[in-house]
Design a binder for this molecule. Structure first.
Ligand code: ATP
Ligand code: MG
Length: 250
């Protein structure tokens, strides 16, 4: 479904991503973990072209795109095939929950207002927010705002959903609810990539785990393999910070 090859990205003279290559098969959930500043968000942002990669290629839904030679049509195709769920929710503050979902459907996907509303209601119901549909983001808790972010991503029916630390801005008591929703999405075999610090969740839900350090994939495998038997010194150091937790969950 998603094939990233030799993705390179620098900011100024600083290399941020160094030849990143990985696959996500249809229906798979892949977790990306790694130290702060290692390039996890940049990887997701390059995949959906919020950042322009310097070089490499992407195969998405059967079509291969060369990052060095993207046409306007390519950019539009890639953006339509991916949906992002952000750490800070990224909702329009002056739009209600339902409008946050219908707007991209109408503007980005050419839905009629009626069809967009129907789809938005369906997705809001899935995340348990039907009664909150006419509330503005400021009237919703962080967890509820993230549910809107997830409902919006689902409504777009992308080929892949990219989650960038979807729970790290939430109060601790809201985290499990959101992780539960993401687990449901994963069970429905919706292709997804999740950047997360929730290692227990990665172990529970991810088909595979990728560990990025210094812009390089240093470990890749089943969650158990990566978390239990890391081989790269940078991975060992990173996972060392979670030693107590890992001992308990593995
Ligand atoms: N637009 C930008 N301009 C310059 N440098 C950037 C930009 N975006 C990210 N960086 C740098 O790229 C590096 C990787 O950032 P990135 O956000 O991908 O890390 P991360 O692994 O997601 O970290 P965290 O776990 O803290 O979210 C960091 O050193 C960051 O400062
Ligand atoms: Mg990040």
């Amino acid at each position: 479904m998603l094939k990233v090859r030799n993705l390179n990205k620098s900011f100024g003279d600083k290399v941020i991503l160094n030849d990143i290559s990985f696959d996500v098969n249809k229906g798979e959930t892949v977790a990306i973990i790694g130290p702060s500043g290692s390039g996890k968000s940049t990887t997701l942002r390059c995949i959906n072209l919020m950042e322009k990669p310097d070089s490499g290629s992407l195969t998405l839904a059967g079509k291969t795109y060369d990052y060095a030679a993207l046409s306007k049509q390519d950019i539009s195709n890639i953006r339509k095939s991916t949906a992002m769920v952000f750490q800070n929710f990224s909702l329009y503050e002056n739009k209600t929950a339902i409008q946050n979902i219908t707007l991209p459907l109408i503007k980005g996907k050419g839905y009629s207002k009626k069809d967009a509303t129907e789809e938005a209601l369906k997705q809001l119901e899935k995340v348990g927010l039907t009664e909150w549909k006419d509330h503005y983001p400021a009237q919703l808790s962080g967890g509820q705002q993230q549910r809107v972010g997830i409902a919006r991503a689902l409504a777009l029916k992308p080929d892949v959903i990219l989650f960038d630390e979807p729970t790290s801005a939430l109060d601790p008591e809201r985290v499990q609810g959101i992780l539960g929703i993401i687990k449901e999405i994963s069970k429905q075999r919706i292709t997804s990539v999740i950047v997360t610090h929730e290692l227990e969740f990665a172990l529970d839900v991810a088909d595979r785990v990728i560990l990025i350090a210094d812009g390089i994939i240093v470990e890749e495998g089943s969650a158990r393999e990566v978390l239990k038997n890391p081989k790269d010194p940078r991975a060992i150091k990173f996972l060392g910070h979670f030693a107590d937790k890992l001992e308990y969950i593995i």
